[in-house]
Design a protein around this ligand. Sequence first.
Ligand code: RFL
Ligand code: PHB
Length: 391
Amino acid sequence: MHTQVGIIGAGPAGLLLARLLHLQGISSVILESRSRDYVENRVRAGLLEQGSVDLMIESGVGERLQRECMAHDGVEFIFEGKRRRINMQELIGRRVYIYGQQEAVKDMIAVNLAAGVPIIFEAEGKEIGGLDTAKPFIRYVANGREETLTCDYIAGCDGFHGICRDAIPTELLRGHDRVYPFGWLGILAEAAPTHHELLYVHNPRGFALFTMRSNSVSRCYLQVPPEEDADNWSDDQIWSELDRRLGQHEGFKLSTGRIFQKSVTPMRSYVAEPMRHERLFIAGDAAHIVPPTGAKGMNLAIADIYVLAKAFTAFYKRNDTSLFDRYEQICLKRIWRAQHFSWWMTSMLHIMPDASPFDLKRQIAELETVTGSVAGQTLVAENYAGLPFEL
Ligand code: RFL
Ligand code: PHB
């Protein structure tokens, strides 16, 4: 089998790339190690930046998103019993949108398959090679048989645990890494949202986040030790801990219900450089990871793909390779800004295991500074709602 762009991974990055290439008449094949059912039901991100939503609508995968997403003008911070709202719409004229990542994945799979873009599920990429030749290849196993896909270029959209990043020679690959001494216990519950916008809570007992998937489904997170087992937490313990961290506030009280999904996510920051090697390009979580506090992971994956799709288009339409050469430089500028924002939000809101009273007071002062002035609020709003896509 031969295609122009061989894509490994049917996450948001791989699926959006295939769609954007198809719209330009460029062929691709997606290889995905998991089943369609698995990728369509994997619970992950929920918050999309304005630019991500705009790109999805423009590329014809945003029809249900437009109908079902929840647009938020503001976001709230809670600390020391105080509530501070940042009105992004008023400050910078942009908003954020709640739409489950697995819903976006379902939509992109359906649109790609309907357009005849091949997505081969349960096809595990084992090896890539020929990167310095005109015909790179991907060896994969599907239905117990080893197969080969040849292509002009390979897009490594295979997430943090994929195989593509490791195909960059070790003497060239630099990984910038930070692991945090905590994780998030995330739940989905049959419960109306506690509040109509997101609540980021600083509490000496640990960070908590109240978000949602719909008017009847809540998504909440609790800071826990990184090696915590979600099964150690009963539903009652989860609700009672969320309640204690949230505290008492006028205007809302904790909304509870049946918890139907729970898991613990470790937290890390990571950037791989370079993001291109010969005829391989890596994008999304394959190239970088952020702690989820800034809600940037899926948005960064989409921003990488915006650039990569433009680069393939310039090459196939105009034989222009200049964007191939600038791909990593363009992406890394945004990635490092998102890295800083995600690290900053994480360190401002989480309690380090060895935190002293000084550290807690300093965090409160920081939250006061940031939420207490138009300058501070604008800084958060611009980064949270996302910088415009640029080439
Ligand atoms: P993905 O989604 O991991 O997709 C990679 C795909 O590649 C497949 N794969 C392979 N296929 C074939 N052969 C191989 N050898 C393969 N190896 C791997 C995998 O099965 C998979 O299907 O990467 P992509 O496309 O780069 O997308 C990145 C996002 O998934 C990720 O950044 C976000 O989920 C991060 N994230 C958030 N991002 C946001 O923008 N906003 C949020 O609100 C947000 N919240 C979150 C998050 C991530 C979380 N967790 C669980 C890590 C909240 C949480 C709790
Ligand atoms: C989510 O809705 O799952 C979500 C929202 C904001 C974050 C992280 C996760 O910062």
